[in-house]
Design a protein around this ligand. Structure first.
Ligand SMILES: C[S@@+](CC[C@H](N)C(=O)[O-])C[C@H]1O[C@@H](n2cnc3c(N)ncnc32)[C@H](O)[C@@H]1O
Length: 276
């Protein structure tokens, strides 16, 4: 395996995305650049897909897909061993909307008996075959719909699937709010789609409250965001979640921030209140 691809694997395997410390993100950037962008360009050139070569977005989407494929098994293991996802995701129930499902890594964690329907909104069309395969493997193929769009623009497509205001029991968001173009708009849509009593389940990363680390996050961010699928290290994700509307269970929000952590995680299960 080429060294940059091996670094990508080592990076994820070492759990660095969890406790990413100040000097490490360069390795992920280099590995991602090589395995993602360079490999995508090479494949597009070899297959005569010149439009991919001419579009930074297409190159980035192809690159992110390749990189995810390389690191995916280790990422799943990392999440199983180091994150609250194995206990959070089975809380999904009823009509579920998953934001940015990627290849569908969370689907095996669903408790199938609680699920009526799942709609995944994924902007990167290259993940669709992986997502379909994951839905099949999880026994969800009959109840799974993919909307290939940005969440910000997905309302018309959701409406065609009868996913309208107040119709969703659970929204699941795993490492997506760091990448969306407009967090406030996404959270407004999420809040509007949830039923009263519906749950917003999330595991995301956010900016650090330590001022020095925050400066380092800002310095890394311009390079990081270009290569890691539009992800940003500097976002105040938890404020965007909280300000979407009134929530019950705000006290359930947890985090693992330490000084020097470049990707501190936040997670929880928030509930949209039922009007009295
Ligand atoms: C880091 S991956 C996480 C994938 C998945 N949630 C998981 O748990 O493995 C982020 C995913 O969000 C998708 N994404 C980013 N911005 C998006 C947007 N505005 N609308 C829909 N999907 C988006 C990306 O294409 C990518 O598949």
């Amino acid at each position: 395996m080429d060294p940059p691809s091996r670094w990508a694997l080592e990076y994820v395997a070492a759990g660095i995305p969890h406790h990413a410390s100040l000097p490490t993100p360069w390795k992920l950037n280099v590995s991602y650049w090589y395995t993602g962008v360079y490999e995508s360009a090479r494949m597009a050139f070899r297959n005569g897909q010149y439009r991919t070569l001419l579009s930074w977005t297409a190159l980035q989407e192809s690159g992110f897909h390749i990189w995810y494929r390389i690191a995916n098994d280790i990422m799943i293991r990392f999440e199983t061993e180091n994150s609250p996802l194995p206990r959070l995701v089975p809380e999904c129930s009823g009509v579920v909307l998953e934001l940015g499902p990627g290849p569908g890594n969370q689907l095996p964690r669903f408790d199938r008996r609680k699920i009526a329907r799942v709609v995944g909104i994924e902007t990167n069309a290259r993940f669709a075959p992986d997502l379909e395969a994951s839905a099949r493997a999880a026994g969800l193929e009959d109840v799974y719909d993919i909307v290939t769009a940005r969440i910000e623009d997905a309302a018309p497509a959701l409406e065609r699937l009868d996913v309208v205001a107040g119709s969703v029991d659970t929204v699941l968001s795993v490492q997506v709010l760091c990448s969306v173009a407009d967090q406030a708009r996404v959270m407004e849509l999420v809040y509007g789609l949830l039923k009263p009593g519906g749950k917003f389940i999330f595991w995301e990363h956010t900016r650090n409250s330590d001022p020095v680390t925050r400066v380092m996050q800002s310095l890394w961010n311009p390079l990081w965001t270009r290569f890691i699928g539009g992800c940003r290290l500097t976002r105040d994700t938890i404020s965007a979640i909280k300000s979407a509307g009134e929530w019950e269970n705000l006290e359930s929000i947890e985090g693992d921030e330490q000084p020097w952590t470049m990707m501190p995680r936040v997670w929880g299960v928030l509930v949209k209140p039922v009007p009295a």
